[in-house]
Design a binder for this molecule. Structure first.
Ligand SMILES: Nc1nc2c(ncn2[C@@H]2O[C@H](COP(=O)(O)OP(=O)(O)OP(=O)(O)O)[C@@H](O)[C@H]2O)c(=O)[nH]1
Ligand SMILES: [Mg+2]
Length: 370
C-alpha cells in the first residue's frame, strides 16, 4: 500500500506561549486519527515569553512537534520561508498559532491537495460558507480594503489568509522574498502552480495573547504590494494596458516626427504609419514578453511573429469598425458620437490584443512554470 504524502504544518510564533498547550494537542489528535503522517514545525523568533521552551515541553507528549528557535531576521514571512526549507513534507501547511484558524480544516486543506489535485489550497474567510467572527467593523474594513488592492494579482477570494497548504513543488525554487507580512500573496504571485482551491473557514479573533497588527504592518503591506505588482508576470491586464499606453505614445510621437521632418503626402503617410506601428509593436512585444507575461522561456521568434499577427489583426478590426462600419455605413461622424464610438472600438481592440497575446502569442507550454 502506498504511504500517504507527508504533511508539514508550519506555525510561526512570537509570544504565543499560552496558545501552544491548546493548539498543538488539538492539531495532533485529528491528524493521527485520520492517519495523516505529519510533523509540526513551530518557527519561533526567540519569543521573550518562552514559547520555544513551552513547545519543547509539549513535544515530550507530542513527538511530531519540533520548536525551531530563530535568532536572526525576525518576522512572520522569514520564519515561514525558513519553515519551507526545514520541512520534510510533501504538503506544506501554514497556520497561525493563536487558534484563529480552525484546526478541523487542516485535514481538509491537506485532502484538497492530495485527493483534489490542487497545488494550493487556501483556508478562505470569504469563500461561500466562510466568515470572520468577533472582528470589529474597522478591522473588517481594513481587511476588505487590503484584499481589494490585491485582487488584480490573484483570483483567490482571500489572498490575505495566513492559513493555506501547498504542494512542495509550488515553493521549491520560487523566488520568495521574506519582506512582506502576507506570505500567501507572495506564494500566489511567485509560486509554481496551476490549480488553486479554497476551503471555507470560520476565522475567530485570537483568544489569548497580543495582536501584532499595527501601522508598521500596514506600511509593510503597501510596500509589499508595490513589489508584487512590479514582479514580472503578475497582474497581466494592468501591465498590458500600461505597456499599450506607452506603445501608443511611441507610435504617435514617431509618426508626428517623421511627418514633420519629411512630409505628409498620402504615400509618405502610409509608409510612416507602418514604420511607427512596427516600432510600437516591437516595443510592446519586448515589455510584454519579459514583464507582462514573464514569457522569456518561450521561443522569441515564434512569439514575435504571433504577437505581430495579433497586432495587425487588431489594427484591421479597428479600421473596419471605426472607419468602414462607423463612418461609411452608419454615418457616425459628429461629436460626441464619433468619440463614443472611438472609445468603444479601442476597448474591443484592446481586448482582442490582450486575449491574442495571452492565449496565443505568449501561451506557456503545459507544465512550464509560470
Ligand atoms: N516567527 C514569527 N511569528 C510571528 C511574528 N509576528 C507574528 N507572528 C505569528 O504569526 C501569526 C499571525 O500573527 P498575528 O499577531 O496573529 O496577526 P493577525 O492574525 O493579523 O492579528 P491578531 O490575531 O489580531 O494578532 C501568529 O502565530 C503570530 O505569533 C514574528 O515576528 N515572527
Ligand atoms: Mg491572529
Amino acid at each position: 500500500m502506498n504511504r500517504s504524502p507527508f504533511l508539514t504544518v508550519i506555525v510561526p510564533t512570537y509570544n504565543e506561549k499560552e496558545n501552544m498547550g491548546l493548539l498543538l494537542p488539538a492539531l495532533a489528535g485529528p491528524l493521527r486519527q485520520d492517519g495523516i503522517p505529519f510533523e509540526v514545525l513551530v518557527m519561533d523568533d526567540s519569543s521573550p515569553d518562552g514559547t520555544g521552551g513551552e513547545v519543547r515541553r509539549l513535544s515530550k507528549d507530542i513527538p511530531e512537534v519540533r520548536a525551531i528557535v530563530r535568532t536572526k531576521d525576525r518576522g512572520l514571512s522569514p520564519s515561514v520561508i525558513d519553515g519551507f526549507c526545514e520541512a520534510k513534507g510533501d504538503v506544506l501547511l501554514v497556520m497561525d498559532a493563536d487558534l484563529s484558524h480552525p484546526v478541523e480544516a487542516v485535514p481538509k486543506l491537506y485532502r484538497a491537495i492530495v485527493d483534489g489535485g490542487s497545488d494550493v489550497a487556501v483556508g478562505s474567510r470569504h469563500a461561500k460558507g466562510g466568515c470572520i467572527e468577533d472582528w470589529p467593523f474597522m478591522r473588517k474594513f481594513i481587511s476588505w480594503g487590503a484584499s481589494l488592492m490585491a485582487r488584480p494579482l490573484t483570483s483567490c477570494s482571500d489572498p490575505m489568509s495566513g492559513f493555506f497548504a501547498v504542494r512542495r513543488s509550488v515553493v521549491e525554487g520560487a523566488p520568495l522574498r521574506a519582506k512582506g507580512y502576507k506570505i500567501l500573496l507572495e506564494v500566489l504571485v511567485k509560486g509554481n502552480y496551476s490549480k488553486v482551491s479554497e476551503v471555507p473557514i470560520t476565522f475567530r479573533d485570537r483568544a489569548k495573547g497580543e495582536s501584532k497588527l499595527g501601522s508598521k504592518v500596514i506600511i509593510n503591506y503597501l510596500q509589499h504590494l508595490v513589489m508584487l505588482y512590479l514582479h514580472p508576470g503578475s497582474a497581466p491586464p494592468i501591465k498590458f494596458l500600461f505597456v499599450g499606453g506607452t506603445g501608443f505614445l511611441l507610435d504617435l510621437g514617431l509618426l508626428t516626427l517623421l511627418l514633420g521632418l519629411v512630409g505628409d503626402s498620402t504615400t509618405e503617410y502610409i509608409v510612416f504609419q507602418s514604420i511607427s506601428f512596427a516600432a510600437a509593436a516591437s516595443w510592446n512585444f519586448i515589455w510584454n514578453r519579459y514583464w507582462t507575461f514573464n514569457a522569456s522561456k518561450g521561443r522569441a521568434l515564434r512569439q514575435y511573429i504571433r504577437f505581430f499577427i495579433v497586432a495587425v489583426f487588431a489594427f484591421a478590426v479597428r479600421w473596419l469598425l471605426a472607419r468602414y462600419i462607423g463612418v461609411e455605413v452608419l454615418g457616425i461622424d459628429s461629436q460626441p458620437y464619433y468619440q463614443i464610438m472611438t472609445v468603444g472600438v479601442i476597448v474591443v481592440v484592446t481586448v482582442i490584443n490582450f486575449l491574442g497575446s495571452k492565449l496565443w502569442a505568449f501561451k506557456t507550454d503545459p507544465g512550464q512554470p509560470r
